[in-house]
Design a protein around this ligand. Sequence first.
Ligand SMILES: Cc1ncc(COP(=O)(O)O)c(C=O)c1O
Length: 413
Amino acid sequence: MITSTEEKILLNIIKNNQGKIVNKDFSYPLLENGFDETDILRGIEVLLSRKLTMSQITEKFERNFAKYVGSKYAVMVNSGSSANLLSAFALVNPKKENRLRSGDKFLIPAICWSTSLWPFIQSGLKPVFTDVSKKDFCIQVDELDNKKLKNIKLIVSINILGNSPDIKNLSNLCKKKNIYLVEDTCEALGSKMNSKSLGTYGDFGTFSFYYSHQITSGEGGMVVCNKKEDYEILRTLRAHGWDRHVKNRKQNTFNFVNSGFNLRPLDITAAIGISQLKRLNEMKKIRNLNKVEIISCIKNHPEWNNQYEFFEARKGLSPSWFGFPILLNNKYRQKKILLMKYLNQNKIETRPILSGNFLNQPSVSLYNLKPKKNFNNAQEIEERGFFIGIPTTVLTNQKINYLVKKLMFIERI
Ligand SMILES: Cc1ncc(COP(=O)(O)O)c(C=O)c1O
């Protein structure tokens, strides 16, 4: 531990350094200066301890995180992708009661992230794609009839950009039909449906702490679950299949009780995560306010002519936005590529809505996974949609005006 005098000196150095990296230009990145002084100080403290590898700090973050989202257990890993990998392999693990078997089918929306999909395929399961809703880009729960769910043993639902599908009905449906549910919540930490955190409706919830997510530790991820059996499997698979971190282990033996990976996080990322988690509610509030301000400013622009469609949170959801999704009005659709180029040239960072329609990706063709039918909503979202970041500090009028001016330039493109 550092002394309070040392802490003051370090904070001064960090503050001076923060001043140097603040971007004075007009720009609108996905995330600006995502770490505050305390985050950096907590990271330095771990470095000074010379003990970077996973230990009690990671355990503390796991406890704090489980408490925050309201799950019994949380297991930290080195990325959101690793969180998905662990849940996929936990579901097929021989130690799991009623485990999934090789060849079992899982349902996944056509708008997904690469590592929302591949870990489940890598664990031996077979994907069945389904279209998404145009309202929230998530899985369309009211379309999941008996025909669609035939032989489905798992649903991987993705809470996109902070929004949610009809998660209560999805979770009830899965319980009724004995279908496992994994909620990929890598983009929605802090979002709550009827006061219950997204990521806690399913058997596993996965989270990412990569740059520009609701909290960031550079890299990092978390899996949450409520069953002790799952928790023990996750912890064993995370580190070599070794029983080192399992309660009541045989002491001092190299006892490899399961298959395994090495997906351990570093304590330095856990320390930064603990610090960021304390600020999550405040950052969520500011992101909400910034989003409302931007929309209001665009809609009050003299040239406003419904050029864009904006998105509200699903009813009952207290959203924690990851980004600000925008759909071009159908009659501006052809301008999307030029608009993205123009915004990026003007230092406004943009991204597709997740990956767009994932079925268009070369990796899907490489593995012959492309279904014959088209997913019209996913395709439309790819062709008309994009997102920009929402800062975690209150946007100045100057910055909002800059952003709005550039967005309204669409009329001249
Ligand atoms: C929905 C979703 N799942 C998984 C991931 C992977 O997370 P990571 O980048 O931490 O591996 C991401 C990344 O942004 C994501 O958006």
